[in-house]
Design a protein around this ligand. Structure first.
Ligand code: R5P
Length: 293
């Protein structure tokens, strides 16, 4: 017999997941001590298998979020539960290489700490750390990287763009580009982005033939919005007739403010709760969890 299933987490995401899974929901209480230390409290008595579903919202604080997640996983483990973690946006995953000597391989370090906290299975959505490697190669527990690009493709298809063409904001987004282009049944191309490892400033080059096209620019993550702003500018200068911007994750309000007026359409999913997250990943996550029961 499969163990009892409970979802633990905050209202607004974890409870939705519990509904989709048809199981019990136990809320967490968020408490932060005056010095900034977090103390998540699980307000019930979970047993058996627990899906700990923790999602950030804007403005994000990945450091507190991480500590809170690790502490909650550890409490659940201490209670004797089998802990499956849903982390819709895999924090620190952009540092999936040691770019400069002395820097950490953050994605690996974070995954190791999650495993040590008692997590036995991991679910995330379109992780940056999984772009060109086998499934989250840093993990020795089962780790599921759920496809968010198909959801972007489905939503953009509803726009019924007459001459769509998908452009990657960066060569690293080519995997995303081909998935969205397949959904829209159209051609694609990629720009080339370079980021200065010291200053973080971004420059974009490329020769894209988008005159008269309804350009759809995709990336996995929008953070400051700099990469997207460059790509939008290049598409407009090359004669695009409309520009739609789409990414799975959006990590900063400033990017919304910066890009909203530059694009005709702007889509992101709710892996992080933002004011513009109209595409929900909850059903896709629930389907993946169900398959593992
Ligand atoms: C980086 O490799 C990612 O795929 C995104 O291109 C990047 O995170 C975007 O960052 P920003 O919005 O700050 O330019």
């Amino acid at each position: 017999m499969a163990p009892e299933l409970t979802v633990v987490g905050y209202e607004g995401f974890a409870d939705e997941l519990a509904k989709l899974l048809g199981c019990r929901f136990i809320p967490m209480e968020r408490r932060t001590f005056p010095d900034g230390e977090v103390c998540p409290r699980i307000s019930g008595s979970p047993a058996g298998r627990v899906v700990l579903a923790n999602r950030m919202k804007l403005p994000i604080d990945p450091n507190s979020y991480f500590v809170e997640t690790v502490l909650a996983a550890n409490s659940l483990k201490t209670m004797g539960c089998d802990v499956w973690l849903v982390m819709p946006y895999f924090i620190y995953s952009r540092q999936d290489k040691t770019f400069r000597e002395g820097e950490p391989l953050s994605a690996k370090g974070i995954m190791e700490l999650l495993m040590r906290s008692g997590v036995s299975r991991f679910f995330t959505v379109s992780s940056h750390a999984d772009r060109d490697k086998p499934m989250l190669g840093f993990s020795s527990i089962p780790a599921h990287n759920i496809d968010g690009y198909l959801l972007l493709g489905e939503r953009i298809s509803q726009l019924k763009l007459s001459k769509p063409m998908v452009i990657g904001a960066d060569m690293g987004a080519d995997f995303a580009v081909s998935k969205v282009a397949a959904s829209l049944d159209c051609h694609s191309d990629c720009l080339l982005k370079k980021r200065d490892a010291e200053t973080g400033s971004v420059s974009t080059t490329g020769d894209i033939d988008v005159k008269g096209k309804d350009v759809v620019i995709v990336d996995d993550i929008i953070s400051s919005g700099g990469t997207m702003a460059n790509a939008i500018k290049m598409a407009r200068e090359a004669g695009a007739s409309s520009v739609t911007v789409a990414a799975v994750h959006l990590t900063k309000q400033e990017a919304i403010d910066r890009l909203r007026s530059l694009a005709d359409n702007f889509f992101v999913t709710n892996t992080i709760e933002t004011p513009i997250s109209e595409i929900s990943v909850a059903e896709r996550i629930a389907d993946n969890v169900k398959r593992m029961l």
